[in-house]
Design a protein around this ligand. Structure first.
Ligand code: HPA
Ligand code: ZN
Length: 325
């Protein structure tokens, strides 16, 4: 089994990372103090004890309330900066990070506070050797109108994010619900990606929608595609990246989906490894490579391939991408 030092030494891109999912208990307590927010816990151990879940729904039930401590631009800056430092130590050279504006605007935080704080951190990440960009995610359990209003309110900041995504609870919230807002995003030059979470009801139909109706540039998770060979072939032919998250999978479905990821990798699909919500799942990106390697018995060549895939699937300009391939 390869060592963590080998994995951390591989240059890699992280393409499935929720900035709000990087909120470590220590920072949560500090922000709660700073903003006078009563979170009901006062020690790291108490906070960590709340980070417990065994499904996407129970995870989301812990995840969104935790965001109450994020109030000022400096809070968003500090959260993202802590992550970029940790990612740099794992050999991450490129990050395309998700953020959830509606999780904040719905609490009365202006969208500019969120975007400007995160964006300033992304700019400063260059000083750590990390090229960082942002992907604005819509919450799929909110209405399509709310997504549209969110995109419209973000249009003045179009130079501060490179794409849009879709996250939160997939059940009853298929991709087609957001066809209009994603078309508007595309018309504004943004890249498109959507979560196709693990083992959802209607998963294959949702994957079909993201490919045919939305025409995404990438798929987040998406390993259920193995159930449909035609869709696998389509994803391979289009060269679409799948942003897989092994440790996250083990939490929300009790199955890492290692067999599926490795089968897709060997078939030539652009499988990538990512951390999703590292503070909650206790594993940053290098830990995710290692967890998959241990589970599936990957050799160093396969780990190198996964790291190269992460750049190939990234939205880096081609000239910059080539340097890593
Ligand atoms: N799926 C859905 N919503 C999320 C996720 C995820 O993997 N991570 C953070 N919000
Ligand atoms: Zn995710």
């Amino acid at each position: 089994v390869p060592s963590i030092a080998f994995v951390a030494g591989l240059p890699k891109a992280e393409l499935h990372l929720h900035l709000e999912g990087t909120l470590e208990p220590e920072l949560k307590l500090e922000l709660a103090r700073r903003n006078g927010v009563d979170i009901g816990q006062s020690t790291v151990e108490q906070v960590r004890a709340t980070y417990e879940f065994d499904s996407l729904a129970s995870f989301l039930g812990v995840y969104y309330p935790a965001m109450d401590v994020l109030v000022t631009e400096a809070d968003f800056y500090d959260l993202a900066t802590a992550y970029f430092r940790r990612a740099a130590a794992d050999g991450v050279r490129r990050v395309e990070a998700f953020f959830d504006p509606q999780a904040h605007t719905s609490r009365g935080i202006p969208i500019e506070t969120v975007i400007l704080g995160y964006h300033r951190a992304a700019v400063d990440a260059a000083g750590l050797g990390v090229s960082a960009e942002l992907i604005l995610c819509f919450l799929r359990d909110f209405t399509a109108e709310s997504a549209l209003e969110t995109l419209q309110s973000a249009l003045p900041y179009l130079d501060r994010f490179i794409g849009v995504g879709l996250d939160s609870d997939e059940r009853g919230n298929p991709p087609a619900k957001f066809a209009e807002v994603f078309a508007l995003a595309r018309a504004n030059g943004l890249k498109l990606t959507m979560h196709c979470d693990i083992d959802q009801v209607g998963s294959i139909e949702n994957i079909r929608q993201v490919l045919e109706e939305i025409q995404v540039d990438r798929i987040d998770h998406g390993t259920n595609i193995v159930e449909n060979p035609e869709l696998v072939t389509l994803v391979r032919e289009r060269g679409l990246g799948l942003t897989c998250c092994p440790v996250s999978n083990s939490f929300v479905t009790a199955d890492m989906k290692a067999v599926e990821m490795v089968a897709l990798l060997h078939f030539g699909v652009l499988v990538t490894v990512n951390s999703d919500d590292p503070a909650y799942f206790g594993a940053y990106v290098a830990d995710n490579y290692l967890a998959l390697a241990e589970k599936a018995g990957l050799d160093t060549d396969e780990l190198v391939q996964l790291a190269k895939n992460s750049f190939q699937a990234s939205w880096l300009p081609d000239a910059e991408k080539q340097a890593y391939l």
